[in-house]
Write a protein that binds this ligand. Structure first.
Ligand code: ZN
Length: 250
């Protein structure tokens, strides 16, 4: 079985469209949260992702934009975008967001978990090997997919050594993939990167493909119509920074 893994789409319809057009063949889609927030197409993006599969984990922006939590923990720009999203979301989509389950969700037997932040705390940012150590030691599952940081890559351990996983690409232009073989004795925390607001210096939409027969994860990047996504953000009256950062991948 091959699972397409999406995270942090953040209401970016252009990025999601490019990902779905270029995605390799897959049987299921696993979504790691933050479907909305920041971008200008929340209703269109929800319409699209609801049709893609059943596996969803909620993100902090999904909670905030549906009114499940307040905006106290958000910076002023994120807060403005969340308020705007609350205003434009249809009642049906707001309700759908409210009912996305909290992670971990186990979509594929005893081997795999999907979370938004960390296995132990849905809002925690796993940025370093130090952050990864405890959740990966405590994890019930060997292969764990997470999002939230918008940084493609992750962490692995064989019980003794710890590794940082970072895909290597040749350019910043076309579509590219970087394949990671999963070792039988390895425990993994893997971030597919952000579809709609990458922050690893690469503006291209990020996603991953997990193959449980070949035991591989392919990290993928694909260019998208970033100017269109930016225009929508500016036309909506959302903060300029949310448009400009897309081209920088920051
Ligand atoms: Zn996010």
């Amino acid at each position: 079985m091959r699972a397409l893994i999406l995270s942090d789409i953040h209401s970016n319809l252009e990025a999601l469209t490019a990902v779905m057009e270029s995605a390799p063949e897959h049987e299921v889609v696993w979504n790691l949260g933050d479907v909305v927030g920041y971008g200008a197409s929340p209703n269109e993006v929800i319409d699209r992702v609801r049709g893609l599969g059943q596996t969803f984990v909620r993100g902090n922006h999904d909670r905030a934009c549906s009114g499940l939590t307040g905006l106290e923990d958000f910076n002023p720009i994120a807060s403005r975008a969340a308020k705007w999203t609350r205003c434009v979301l249809s009642a049906e989509h707001t309700d759908w967001l409210k009912h996305i389950p909290q992670g971990p969700v186990m979509p594929d037997g005893p081997l795999v978990s999907c979370v938004h932040g960390s296995l132990l705390d849905e809002d925690e940012y796993v940025m370093t090997v130090r952050d990864a150590w405890l959740p990966l030691r405590e994890a019930q599952t060997r292969i764990n997919f997470f999002g939230h940081t918008h940084l493609q890559g992750g962490f692995a351990t064989n019980g003794e050594e710890w590794f940082r996983l970072s895909p290597k690409y040749g350019s910043r232009n076309g579509a590219e993939a970087y394949e990671l073989p999963l070792r039988a004795n390895g425990r993994y925390l893997i971030n597919p990167g952000s579809v709609g607001q990458p922050r690893d210096g690469d503006w291209r939409a990020a996603f991953a493909l997990y193959d449980d027969t070949a035991m591989t994860v392919a990290f993928c990047r694909v260019p998208y119509d970033v100017r269109q996504a930016q225009s929508r953000i500016l036309d909506a009256g959302l903060p300029d920074r949310l448009a400009f950062r897309l081209r920088e991948g920051r």
